[in-house]
Design a protein around this ligand. Structure first.
Ligand SMILES: C[S@@+](CC[C@H](N)C(=O)[O-])C[C@H]1O[C@@H](n2cnc3c(N)ncnc32)[C@H](O)[C@@H]1O
Length: 321
């Protein structure tokens, strides 16, 4: 291998190693409980999972009948060699139940990359995709789901909100956050996974866990929380909510400080999205989409944090009275 391609190979291998962390069953149960009605008679595809390890596979295999699934498929990714898929469709061992014991294992011709033609064919047949995809490929992952018009419930990092393509989908109400967006989650990692910060590491029952902050669920399936109004109560005072020098909006530092009576554009922290109810607010854009000069809001020459610009739909603009 030439030096350049060897470097590329090593970089990829490193990124792939960082992507090896596994979601806990309790976290999956907590979120998936909010979508039970949608799963009835559906083909569920977990396309970034080692089915023999993954708790996504475990969750759906264990609950196959309870959820009323039509079919469960999971593909496994191998870095450089052909892989396999597992499927559960019906009671093949004749014990009167449909569960893990009814698993069919089939080799794949390719390596199980979610972008491979073989996995795309499986994707086309699926109704709902549920997994924790590699964060390093999250953008491609979501673009592919949208391209094939799939329903999905997937885990990602808060950073993903700021990706141009992902933010546009959020703005257009084609993608939103799930229910459990508590932020920090513990993931099981292989023994060799290097964790330098002690507070982010724990060993339980001989298993190694790594904690990551700003973890969220991304979905395009409706859930109740998305239509609950955010409780706000503060009154707008000009002195408390300064306007940006370079954009006609007020700056709001905390989501709970959103004034209840301001009719115009407001710049709010990204965490707002965890509380966003499209019946209550409209998302106008972010700094990038709104072409804000210098890429950020400034107040008295001082650069502010990244913001999402919103408008309260329930307030009439003053000049229409
Ligand atoms: C963050 S881990 C999550 C694993 C599992 N979904 C879970 O939550 O327990 C991401 C997984 O995606 C797999 N992966 C990496 N690149 C992939 C690709 N191009 N296509 C499919 N899977 C990939 C990795 O092997 C890894 O198992």
């Amino acid at each position: 291998m030439k030096n350049k391609s060897l470097n590329k190979f090593l970089q990829k291998a490193n990124a792939a190693k960082k992507d090896e962390f596994y979601t806990q069953l309790s976290d999956i149960e907590k979120e998936l409980g909010n979508y039970k009605g949608y799963l009835q008679d559906k083909v569920v595809f977990c396309n970034c999972d080692d089915p023999e390890e993954s708790n996504f596979w475990n969750y759906f295999a264990l609950n196959f009948e309870f959820l009323g699934l039509k079919k469960l498929v999971s593909t496994h990714f191998e870095y450089e060699k052909p892989s396999y898929k597992l499927e559960i469709i019906k009671d093949i061992n004749g014990d009167g139940k449909i569960n893990k014991l009814d698993t069919i294992k089939t080799p794949l011709r390719e390596n199980g990359d979610f972008r491979s033609p073989e996995c795309i064919e499986i994707l086309k047949e699926a109704d709902i995709v549920v997994t924790n995809p590699p964060f390093s490929l999250f953008r491609h992952y979501v673009i592919q789901l949208m391209k094939y018009d799939k329903k999905f419930i997937v885990i990602g990092n808060q950073n993903a909100i700021t990706y141009k393509e992902v933010f546009e989908l959020i703005k257009e109400n084609k993608l939103w956050l799930g229910v459990d967006n508590g932020g920090t989650k513990w993931f099981e990692v292989p023994d060799h996974y290097d964790i330098t910060t002690e507070s982010r590491k724990k060993i339980e029952n001989g298993k190694k866990f790594f904690s990551m902050g700003s973890i969220m669920w991304f979905t395009n399936l409706e859930h109740k929380k998305r239509h609950e109004d955010l409780t706000i109560y503060k009154t707008y005072y000009e002195s408390e909510y300064p306007k940006y020098d370079n954009y006609d909006a007020i700056n709001v530092n905390k989501v709970s400080d959103i004034p209840v009576d301001y009719p115009g554009a407001m710049g709010v922290p990204i965490t707002f999205l965890g509380k966003y109810n499209p019946d209550q607010f409209e998302i106008l854009g972010n700094e990038y989409g709104l072409n804000i000069h210098k890429g950020r809001g400034y107040i008295n020459g001082k650069r502010m944090y990244s913001r999402i610009f919103i408008k309260n739909k329930k307030i009439q603009p003053l000049n229409t009275y």
